[in-house]
Design a protein. Sequence first.
Length: 303
Amino acid sequence: MRNLLTTFFAVLLLCGTVIYALWTQEVPPSHYLSDLRSEIVETSGTPTELGNLLAISPTLHPSDYQRPRRLYLKLDAALRHARQAGQLDAHTVVVLPEQIGTWLVLADEKPRLYRAGSLDEAKPLLALNNPWALLRTWLSAEQSLNLRELLLRMKAQQAADAYLQVFGALAREHRVILRAGSILLPSPRLVDGSVRTGNGALHNFALTFAADGSILGAPLSQALHKHPAAQEQVLGDSGLTLRSQAIPGATTYQLHAAGAQASVSATLGGQLWAVRAADVRVEMRTASQAQGPTRLHNTWLTR
């Protein structure tokens, strides 16, 4: 009788393990269609041959990150609108807000997760769906980390690969210089055209892409626990210099070229979750930007 019970519970445990393993691999398709509308809310200056600085302030939700392709389509629609309005050509520099890449860690999760109202609400689903990634991240961490930060780190390499794919493709498709906005990554570094993540401190990491989709210049990376400093980058041999500064709720950009300049701000709207974990504190949106179409802000380079 004892052997029979032992066999029964062993089979029950095995069945449960198999069912759980299958559940973690299954990602049912979602039929949610994101709002692809965009509107030009600001344009200043007079069109010249020097070009323009175009900021995209998208309205994003967790479901926009279910597949990297969804984020691509959202931003692609805004860039197509800008081209139709005569605000996108070979001399345009496009800029995106800070943290736009961070939630690429949400790719390939269960549809229920994208309806969560906060990161705390999403934590159980993220942990259950990625047990081995979570365990591997915990074992390799260089310091004691709470669950929130472990969840941000466990799919960091996948998110970094998607970041390169999405923003490189956008720059290549629209033939523009694109500052891709930032993504939270642990000890990121650029190796032979790829982003590699590590086990150290989280950094706010951003790349700029040339019109052919290749990486333009050195990456911009700042440790998250430090006060964000202004950053400056020479954009290849274009004669353009781009300066950026993260401020609460927005990222300001200034483009300089041959005595001319243009300034815009980019913000991240929608219902993306705030991140508060140990030294990590990132506000993803402001309340006034929760709904509505993606906003385009354009400034022409003028002397």
